[in-house]
Design a binder for this molecule. Structure first.
Ligand code: 13P
Length: 278
């Protein structure tokens, strides 16, 4: 059984100066593709789903599949709630056996974010689960290209937040955004360096789609230990489905399904190699 907590995975990434890939999934093909990439590269990963995505991919169906895939995988896999917005969803994920949860209260004033995060840390402790939280504003919405308002994390706030909440890892806003970037992002490595100097928990980079390999490596060198990839996998799956259905007269599901899984596999594998956790 290879379902693991997220915290030891991040500690291991810290020791190895690499980052663990956190790959968003929305259906069975995505789970199959991501787990295969992890197993073939013999590399731990994080499988995650955002609360906002549960409209299309209900938690009651996704959770048992994700937890079961992790348990049966030949490599360590943590199962994580990405961008938890409500305490109800966080409770449900912990009950389903997720080994990590994220509370995204980053749009609330700092004091309120701290108070809510403390509640989530207490809930997670009862399950031995890991907690991620976010400070500053990462642009866009998880999985969307819609909006790209970005507010960098303030290193003073980060220091206070980690001290007062006891979170296990912190997602930073350094010019990164969810979805496809309209132009190549300019990441604020100076801000990341300062946060890394002031805060002693592993740091998380959201909005991985469209960030260059060179930027990933630089961010890893400055304390990023978990990197989220969503849009690139969803886009790869959609493109594979389009290519297949457009090129045959009578598309069938049993040919389409492995093609979708394979597209996700290739995207996950490519990112695992850049993140360099062997
Ligand atoms: P992308 O959709 O840009 O890959 O971002 C993923 C993410 O950060 C999920 O929280």
């Amino acid at each position: 059984m290879s379902l693991v907590k997220m915290k030891p995975l991040l500690a291991w990434a810290q020791e190895n100066r690499c980052a663990v890939g956190a790959f968003s999934v929305g259906n069975m093909e995505m789970v199959i593709g991501a787990v295969r990439a992890a197993e073939e590269t013999n590399t731990p990963i994080i499988l995650q789903i955002a609360e906002k995505r549960m409209k299309q991919s209900p938690l009651r169906l996704m959770a048992p599949m994700m937890v079961s895939a992790a348990k049966e995988a030949g490599v360590p896999i943590a199962v994580h709630l990405d961008h938890g917005l409500t305490l109800e969803c966080i409770d449900a994920c912990l009950d389903y056996g997720f080994t990590s949860v994220m509370l995204d209260a980053s749009l609330l004033p700092l004091d309120e974010n701290i108070a809510l995060t403390r509640q989530v840390v207490a809930k997670a402790q009862a399950f031995g689960a890991t907690v991620e939280s976010e400070l500053g504003v990462v642009g866009g919405n998880e999985g969307d290209t819609a909006e790209h308002r970005i507010l960098c994390t303030d290193p003073d706030d980060a220091e206070r937040f980690v001290r007062e909440t006891g979170v296990d890892c912190l997602a930073v806003a350094i010019g990164n955004a969810h979805g496809n970037y309209p132009v190549l992002p300019e990441l604020r490595f100076d801000v990341l360096e300062e946060i890394n100097r002031r805060v002693d928990v592993p740091l998380v980079l959201h909005g991985g789609t469209g960030i260059t390999d060179e930027m990933f490596r630089r961010a890893i060198g400055l304390g990023i230990r978990k990197i989220n990839i969503a849009t690139a996998s969803f886009d790869a799956l959609a493109k594979a489905a389009k290519t297949y259905t457009e090129t045959v007269e009578k598309p069938d599901y049993f040919t389409l399904s492995p093609r979708m899984a394979d597209a996700v596999y290739r995207n996950v594998r490519r990112h695992i190699q850049v993140f360099n956790c062997k």
